[in-house]
Unconditional design. Structure first.
Length: 226
């Protein structure tokens, strides 16, 4: 009788242990960020609240604008001609979203040829100064590079501050004995076809005596000899 009772008690104890283990397993909670209850069939996690966005490598992604996932996951817009993603297509936002040609680069103000564009020479926004042109991505003037106060006039670098044939700007000639000082003709004793001596306070700009000269134009409208 005792042996039978002991066997029944053993079976009862084993049943209690199994029940406790089952309750423990069923009541366990998933850790936030784990795969439990938040794992998608494609292997991406943490994307259960993406809404209209796509789940790319476990991250909610707007494939309409993401340059690394343009139109679909892992479709990267290559740097260079068209690095922007516009409405799911690789293009250039500065060019109304249209892709640039192979020879152009997407700049903020559109597709530009960095080898020839004097306003974007070698890189976007780099401007060639002093009338220089852009050749193979470098600013040049007849093969040379102007610097400082030099400007490019007829494929030659000249100093606009001292060159009497290009005083202040290309083609502005200081007449007769007049010299070019800081980009202005001075010593104007022989101005214009008639060799007029400019009155005190006026200068030859060019061929005409003026009180104020800007870009070769008399601002006060005075004629030579007045």
């Amino acid at each position: 009788m005792r042996e039978r009772l002991g066997g029944l008690l053993g079976l009862l104890a084993a049943s209690v242990v199994v029940t406790l283990l089952a309750v423990s397993c069923s009541s366990s909670t998933s850790v936030p960020g784990s795969d439990a209850g938040n794992h998608q069939a494609d292997g991406n996690s943490l994307c259960s609240h993406c809404g209209a966005q796509a789940c790319c490598n476990g991250i909610c992604t707007d494939t309409n604008t993401d340059t690394n996932n343009c139109g679909q996951c892992s479709n990267a817009c290559l740097p260079g001609p068209s690095p922007d993603c516009v409405m799911g297509l690789c293009g250039c936002s500065g060019n109304s979203g249209q892709a640039c040609q192979a020879t152009d680069t997407c700049c903020s103000n559109g597709c530009k040829n960095l080898k020839t564009d004097a306003a974007n020479c070698g890189e976007c926004g780099k401007k060639c100064t002093g009338n220089q042109t852009c050749t193979n991505g470098s600013c040049s003037c007849g093969g040379a590079t102007c610097s400082g106060t030099q400007i490019c006039c007829t494929n030659a670098c000249v100093d606009k501050n001292t060159d009497k044939n290009n005083c202040g700007f290309c083609g502005n000639q200081c007449q007769g004995s007049a010299t070019c000082t800081n980009g202005l003709c001075s010593g104007n004793n022989n101005c214009g076809p008639g060799g007029t001596a400019c009155p005190t306070g006026q200068q030859c700009c060019p061929n005409v005596c003026c009180t104020t000269c800007l870009g070769g134009v008399c601002m006060d409208g005075q004629d030579a000899g007045t």
